[in-house]
Design a protein around this ligand. Structure first.
Ligand code: KIV
Ligand code: ZN
Length: 388
């Protein structure tokens, strides 16, 4: 693997599925997992096997069918969790155990009522134990975003010694600023002994709307894996959106960071996840929202019709959207009306267009969006259109 490759770790089926009311059954999970594999994700986090018999069954079933990606199961730093995850993953071609523990002061003091030294030991033992089942062990330092860097570096060193090859640095509460998160990754890259034996992974939550920005800062500062979900779904404000980080790296080639994702599948898989989970995607969602490639103001429409790139930084076909949409509203100009009319088979003269545009504006002032049927009606009722 080249050092410029950013691994895409998809956690739609684990962290993403923690959204209240969005439970998927095993069959739905299998369909999504298969699509994720074809999409080209490097790792599929299939679930948290010890959490329920249903989750165990899903992780086991996904392990059996996935051909290319690593299949991963989450655990706490608890022997039984790890044993159960290893059992669920036993059919996987490439199994990974993702174990970890909270490392911030609030986790240590209030959740575990423990000490930094005890947590460090538990982390070491969890990784050692996981290593007795699988070669590929990832460690997460929960709430790393609010963990003191020096202590975090000590935890990272200990788990590398125990055999972890991926170190997940979650901003569990979505608290960090991009500059802070980037600096944390840089600090770990520069201060953890043995870091050349492992890769750092970004796992960012979106409580302040910064998950994508933080993940990108993470890879700019040396991380080589991003943990993300389709449509950014996940608990509270969600996780880093897979489609966003992938397209940011693709659209900024000078960063010299690539993924293996087949971007033309992004729109389709976004629809699949949204429909399976019953979560509606906001229309202005970057990359996959219904309006991501729709233009409604006259100035923008005129620019896009003349040259698409004037107002679009992504070719919609690159993410699986057939074409940009010119949406007719009362803000649209003559160029957009002529363009849509032409697509419907009407070649209008300048005089006809002027006449029709006036009727169009009267109509559009009373309707949010003018559709093809409305355009037919407006044109067919125009006196000038009939006369010429
Ligand atoms: O956000 C988080 O800290 C997590 C870990 C369990 C990896 O999801
Ligand atoms: Zn998370």
């Amino acid at each position: 693997m080249s050092n410029n490759n950013v691994q895409i770790f998809d956690t739609t089926l684990r962290d993403g599925e923690q959204v209240p009311g969005c439970k998927l059954n095993t069959e739905q999970k299998l369909i999504i997992a298969e699509q994720l594999d074809i999409l080209g994700v490097d790792v599929i986090e299939a679930g948290f096997p010890v959490s329920s018999p249903g989750d165990f069954k899903s992780v086991e079933a996904i392990s059996k069918i996935i051909k290319n990606a690593t299949v991963c199961g989450l655990t706490r730093s608890v022997e039984n969790d790890i044993k159960v995850a290893a059992e669920a993953l036993k059919y996987a071609k490439r199994p990974r155990i993702h174990t970890g523990i909270g490392t911030s002061d609030s986790h240590i003091k209030y959740k575990f009522k423990s000490t930094q030294e005890d947590i460090l030991e538990r982390a070491f033992h969890a990784v050692k134990y996981a290593k007795s089942f699988v070669e590929d062990v990832e460690f997460y330092a929960e709430d790393a975003g609010r963990t003191d860097n020096e202590y975090l570096a000590r935890v990272c060193e200990a788990v590398i010694k125990a055999g972890a090859t991926v170190l997940n640095i979650p901003d569990t509460t979505g608290y960090c600023l991009p500059s802070e998160y980037g600096a944390k990754i840089k600090y770990l890259k520069e201060n953890v002994k043995g870091i050349d034996k492992a890769i750092l992974s970004c796992h960012c939550h979106n409580d302040l709307g910064l998950a994508t920005a933080n993940s990108i800062e993470g890879v700019i500062n040396g991380a080589r894996q991003i943990e993300c979900t389709i449509n950014g779904i996940g608990e509270r404000a969600g996780n880093t959106a897979l489609e966003e980080v992938v397209m940011i790296l693709k659209q900024h080639p000078y960063l010299n960071l690539d993924t293996r994702i087949k971007t033309e599948m992004l729109y389709g898989i976004s629809q699949l996840v949204s429909e399976s989970m019953g979560i509606y995607t906001q229309p202005n969602k970057a990359i996959v929202g219904a309006n991501a490639f729709a233009h409604s103001s006259g100035i923008h429409q005129d620019g896009v019709i003349k040259k698409r790139e004037t107002y679009e930084i992504i070719d919609p076909k690159d993410v699986g959207v057939t074409e940009s949409a010119i949406v007719l509203t009362a803000r649209s100009g003559r160029a957009a009306l002529a363009y849509r009319a032409k697509n419907l088979g009407y070649e209008l003269t300048k005089l006809q267009l002027d006449d029709i545009y006036t009727s169009f504006l009267d109509f559009a002032d009373n309707k949010k969006q003018v559709d093809d049927d409305d355009i037919h009606q407006i044109i067919e009722h125009s006196k000038l259109y009939k006369e010429i």
